[in-house]
Design a protein around this ligand. Sequence first.
Ligand code: IMP
Ligand code: MG
Length: 183
Amino acid sequence: MDAAHVDNDLVNVLFTEEQILERIGELAQEIETDYDGKELLIVGILRGAVMVMADMARAFTRHVEMDWMAVSSYGSGTKSSGVVRILKDLDTDISGRHVVIVDEIIDTGLTLSWLSSNLSSRNPASVQICTLLRKPEALQMPVDVKYVGWDIPNEFVVGYGLDYRERYRNLRDIGTLAPHVYS
Ligand code: IMP
Ligand code: MG
């Protein structure tokens, strides 16, 4: 669905499907150059990163392996709980592997800072982070992010995998959620 299908729920559209695909193509190219000649495993963080992973994996012009993790850091609202728990671990043994964690958004940074040190402790050849969106003003933990799609203001956004209470994930565009939806 697009913005027209959720009419009053968005304050604005931040990025259209077209802009998102273009930016993901650029990120994929950058990663491809950096990992030239190396095997690469991209790890998507469920469930939000499903769309980014699907589009990024297909933007590559080389082989790439995909695996998934599920962690919980959010309840059902719009604030981070700060508690990270593994709900689904990797199926892959990453020792000696080059890993890029793919996520859709970094808010407080709690999830990814925890996750990258967790994966780093498994003796991989390398671990880097790629995120489509980042909210610099919301950051509470330093996270070393190599690939960023866009920095955005500290507002709650939905669409393209990003949800509010499991809705809006299938919105093609990314938009700012209107406060009346969650207040
Ligand atoms: P962090 O740990 O605060 O960096 O955020 C972890 C997760 O919270 C992200 O991967 C998202 O799943 C979710 N999240 C953070 N900000 C937003 C938002 O603006 N919209 C929807 N989900 C968000
Ligand atoms: Mg996420």
